[in-house]
Design a protein around this ligand. Structure first.
Ligand code: FES
Length: 126
């Protein structure tokens, strides 16, 4: 008689959120679409999928170089806190949809991300 394998608990796969990155001349010329793992930092998911977004402070909300615009889906992710808002004051090209990618936890039915033309560091060099 062959032993039966022990029943294993069913582990639900982490939810995925489709992320669409709009074309950016240097970082993502063709645009990009990928499935991001819910709960992860948006900056980590962008880097993992080949978008070389700056992250000068190593993702601790202290530099604003990871500035992005959430053109869709912003209502499903965590809101910006005071620390993030303070950092965004120094970012280049801030608008009402600006967020720091190291502060955004991926969540919801989908995100549309636009990368600013310049980062704070680039703007300073000009
Ligand atoms: S990586 Fe520095 S604020 Fe996001």
């Amino acid at each position: 008689m062959h032993p039966q394998p022990a029943p294993t608990a069913t582990v639900a796969a982490p939810a995925a959120t489709p992320v669409h990155v709009l074309p950016h001349p240097e970082l993502c010329p063709q645009g990009l679409a990928f499935e991001a793992r819910a709960g992860r930092k948006l900056v980590d998911e962008l880097l993992a999928h080949g978008v070389a977004i700056e992250h000068a402070c190593e993702k601790v909300c202290a530099c604003a170089t990871c500035h992005v615009h959430l053109r869709d889906g912003a209502g499903f992710v965590n809101a910006a806190d005071e620390e993030e808002e303070d950092q965004l004051d120094d970012a280049w090209g801030v608008d009402a949809q600006s967020r720091l990618a190291c502060c955004v936890r991926v969540k919801g039915p989908g995100l549309v991300v636009e990368l600013p033309r310049y980062t704070k560091n680039h703007a300073r060099e000009r």
